[in-house]
Design a protein around this ligand. Sequence first.
Ligand code: X2X
Length: 344
Amino acid sequence: MAQSTGKITRRNFLKTASVASAAAATGLVSTSAHAAEFTFKYANNLPVTHPMNARAKEMAAAIAEQSKGRIELQLYPNNQLGTDTDMLSQVRAGAIDFFTLSPLILGTLVPAAQISGIGFAFKDYSQVWPAMDGELGAHVRKQIEARSTLFAFEKIWDNGYRQITNSTKPIKVAEDLKGMKLRVPPSPLWTSMFKAFDAAPTSINFAEVYSALQTKIVEGQENPMAIISTAKLYEVQKYCSITNHMWDGFWFLGNKKSFERLPKDLQELMTRIINEAGVNQRADVRKLNDSLVDEMKGKGLAFNNADADSFRAKLRAAGFYAEWKKKFGDEPWALLEKYTGKLA
Ligand code: X2X
C-alpha cells in the first residue's frame, strides 16, 4: 500500500496537511508559523550578494527576535518589485513600507536630497560620515520629511565612490568622455554632471543596466566596485577607470503612515536595529570596494587611474558648481562646504 512505502499519495498529503493546520490552530507550532502582528515589506535594487542584502537579512532576523515575533520584515532584493522608479512610487503610496534609494534618485521627488552627490565634493570617508551623520544629513532628512510621505532613518547606508566602466576605451582625462554614451541613474544631478563632462548620458534604472550594456544601447556606466562585482557588470564591460567622481549612499526610507502603525517602543526597536545594520553595512562596503580591483582584473577588466583634476576643472569650466549652488541655495551649500571645504 502507498502509505507503507512512504510515497506521497493525495490522501496521505491531505492527512499531513490537516495535521499541520490543526497544530497551527491550537498554537502547537513555532512562533515563525504565526502571522506576525506587524508585517512590513523592505525592497531594494541590489543583488542578494551585495553587503546591503547580507545586512538586511541579519537585520530582519534581529527585528523578529527582539520583537519576539511581533514584527516580520519581508525582504524583496534585486528589483523583484520593479525598478527604482517603480519602487519609489510604491513606497510613497505605502505598497512597500521601506526602501533604500540613492539621494540623487530621490532627487526626482525631493530635489534638495541630491546635494550629497555633487561631483568631487567629499575628499574621502573622513568627510562623508561627519557630513551625512551631521548637519548636512539632518538638513536632507528634514527636506524628505517635509516634502513627501516618506522619512529617512538617521544612518545613511553606503554605496561607495563611483568609477566609470565602458566597452570602448580607458577614460584617463575628462576629454575622453566626450560624446560617450553612458548610462546614468534617473536623477537631474547625474544627467547634469555627465553633460558637463560633454558625455552623452542616458537615464536608465539599475534593473536594466546589465542588458543595456550587453546590447550596447550604451557604451558604459558608472558605479562603485562592489556593484560592478556583485551585479557582474565586468561580464559586459572591458575598461574600468578609477575616477572616484562622486560618493553615493542609500537613504533607508520608510513610509511615514506604515511606520506609525507601530507602537512607540517597537518604532524605537526597529530604528535602533536598522541604524545599526547601516553602520555595519558601511564597513562591509568599504572593505569590499577596496579589495575588488585584483579580483576584477582576474575577470578581464582593464584598470587605469584617471586624472581627477581634469574632471574637476571641466565641471568648474562648465559652470556645474555655480549652477547647483544656485539650485540648492546658499545655506545648504554652506552646510556642504562646512564638511568639504570650498568647492566652487
Ligand atoms: O543605479 C545605480 O547605479 C546604483 C545601484 O548605484 C544606485 O542605486 C544609485
